[in-house]
Design a protein around this ligand. Structure first.
Ligand code: PMP
Length: 303
């Protein structure tokens, strides 16, 4: 990770190296934090944040879902993020905002603990190297995605990411690039930190919220971009076996963007190359990010 000059910490811009927490921070001990991942892209009109308001609204929504005390509003965090980007002068970046319980009690009801908010921004290249162009190799994980019965899959809670880590660890140790997780009922859910799409007979499908997914902002963007092309994405409960018969598979997320999956569980997907729908989505998404599509320019917040 490449350090930037400053970090936003509860309303102040502090030097990167001063952003520290106590060992007994509640969030560190129990994962009682919620966070976001956002990207800023260099565009011909200067750096622009992709769907900033939606990310900050999801952050505040995740905090409310887990019953956190109220802290900063989505508008205040949006403002803080822009202040940070102006100060750090990053042309393109990954932004990591977080709200977490810090010092105070060690018990599991952290009412007296300090609730802290931070926003960091730093340079980051492609999440999977150049795999996003060529396509990646994925496996269905032996781990099941966190369920609606034990956590809140639609909220981006820190503790839940131990589940993502297990799936990613297993995939990499087995020689794959990514993991696809089933939910507790055995239906397809999503990747370790990305949503899943499949294309079959010209129809585009993605698992529904009830499958235990995080409702990705990239997922929503892709659905809107495809709708603009006259293609309606169907939210469908999908079985594992369908991965072996579909024409195309792709994963979407802020970090990974749009990544074709060209091999799944040792089987070639389609003809082993990114398919036409996947490539079209990559092109549309790539254009939307840099403001080339007028109807989607409202997704960009220029720094
Ligand atoms: N699922 C999970 C578990 C994730 O962590 C992410 C990344 N935030 C996604 C899906 C994709 O969401 P987004 O497109 O909003 O980045």
């Amino acid at each position: 990770m490449q350090a930037a000059s400053h970090i936003w910490s509860d309303g102040e811009l502090i030097p990167w190296d001063d952003a520290t927490v106590h060992f007994l921070s509640h969030g560190l001990q129990y994962g009682t934090g919620v966070f976001e991942g956002i990207r800023v892209y260099g565009t011909p009109d200067g750096p622009a944040v992709f769907r900033l308001a939606e990310h900050m609204e999801r952050l505040v929504g995740s905090a409310a879902a887990y019953g956190f005390a109220k802290s900063w509003s989505a508008e205040e965090l949006t403002d803080g993020c822009l202040q940070l980007l102006r100060r750090t002068e990053l042309e393109s970046a990954y932004i990591r905002p977080m709200i977490f319980y810090a010092e105070g009690n060690i018990g599991l009801f952290p009412t007296d603990n300090v609730l802290r908010s931070m926003i960091a921004a730093f340079q980051m290249g492609p999440y999977l190297g150049h795999g996003s162009d060529k396509g990646i190799r994925a496996m269905v994980s032996s781990w099941r995605r966190i369920s609606h019965n034990s956590l809140i899959p639609t909220a981006k809670g820190s503790g839940g990411y131990l589940n993502s880590m297990l799936a990613k660890q297993e995939a990499l140790r087995s020689g794959y690039d990514e993991a696809i997780l089933l939910n507790e009922h055995g239906s397809l859910s999503e990747g370790s930190g990305m949503n899943l799409f499949v294309v079959a007979g010209g129809n585009v499908h993605t698992p529904p919220v009830s499958a235990g997914i995080l409702e990705g902002i990239t997922r929503n963007s892709v659905m809107e971009l495809l709708a603009g092309d006259g293609v309606a994405t169907q939210e469908t409960d999908l079985a594992r076996g369908s991965l072996y018969t579909v024409d195309e598979i792709f994963l979407t997320g802020t970090a990974i963007e749009v990544a074709p999956v060209v091999e799944i569980d040792g089987r070639v997907v389609g003809d082993g190359k990114p398919g036409p729908v996947t490539r079209r989505v990559q092109d549309l998404y790539g254009d939307a990010l840099v403001g080339k599509l007028d109807e989607f320019r409202h997704w960009l917040t220029y720094v």
